[in-house]
Design a protein around this ligand. Structure first.
Ligand SMILES: *Cc1c(COP(=O)(O)O)cnc(C)c1O
Length: 217
């Protein structure tokens, strides 16, 4: 679907929810997409992109950034502590803070560098054993611990179970963010970003609807 159509759908969903479209950041998820497709979307003016692997992002984005200084990268995939240094040097935001150990490593890097990417705590709202994210019951404690380390926690992120209606998961995440005084809500993908916006999403992560189906790596 053309990027302009996705942008229009974001605007329409915002209006329908009585919200301002400017409060919603569209993150174009470019993971695994061929460079030509990424270049085409860049050519249409998109500047905020999401990647789920540090290594893949490090391989492809410096060349694009040489041409476009205003590119903003978000990490939306799991972060291993041994990749944290590379990640904080590259990403404006990390959506996958999900454990104390990672918070400690990010806090040390933040002190050393005097700056940190914005952080979203990833919540495993469906309590799926195979999925990353802190469990809902443990979320408030992780947010508090990260804040106590002076980390810039800006919001919560979730990936609802594929087979569930996403709406209750978005509602749960929104309630958890509100009770923690967090304004950011990273939720909604190609199939459900309008529902996410209705529930207060501030960051929607849209891949295949913009780029087409991902080619198997
Ligand atoms: C791949 C991915 C997306 C984008 O998914 P689409 O269904 O292609 O829009 C969003 N969020 C995360 C965390 C992802 O890994």
């Amino acid at each position: 679907m053309p990027l302009t159509d996705i942008r229009n759908r974001v605007v329409q969903a915002a209006i329908a929810a009585g919200r301002g479209a400017a409060d919603i950041t569209l993150i174009a998820v470019s993971k695994v997409q061929p460079a030509e497709r990424v270049a085409a979307i860049l050519g249409q003016g998109q500047r905020v992109f999401g990647e789920n692997r540090v290594q893949e992002a490090a391989g492809r984005w410096p060349a694009f950034q040489a041409d476009h200084a205003d590119i903003i990268l978000h990490l939306i995939g799991p972060l291993q502590t041994n990749k944290a240094r590379q990640a904080v040097g590259m990403f404006a935001a990390i959506h996958t803070l999900d454990r104390l150990r990672l918070a400690e490593v990010l806090a040390r890097l933040a002190q050393e560098r005097g700056t940190s990417p914005d952080l979203f705590v990833q919540v495993n709202t469906g309590a799926e054993p195979q999925k990353a994210g802190v469990l809902p019951d443990d979320t408030d404690a992780l947010v508090a611990a990260a804040r106590a380390m002076d980390l810039p926690v800006v919001g919560l992120m979730c990936i609802p179970p594929a087979e569930d209606d996403p709406a209750p998961h978005f509602a749960l995440l929104a309630a958890m963010a509100a009770r923690n005084g967090l304004a950011g809500l990273s939720m909604g993908m190609s199939g459900d970003f309008e529902t996410a916006i209705a529930h207060g999403a501030t960051h929607v992560r849209v891949g295949s609807a913009i780029f087409g189906e991902r080619v198997a790596p």
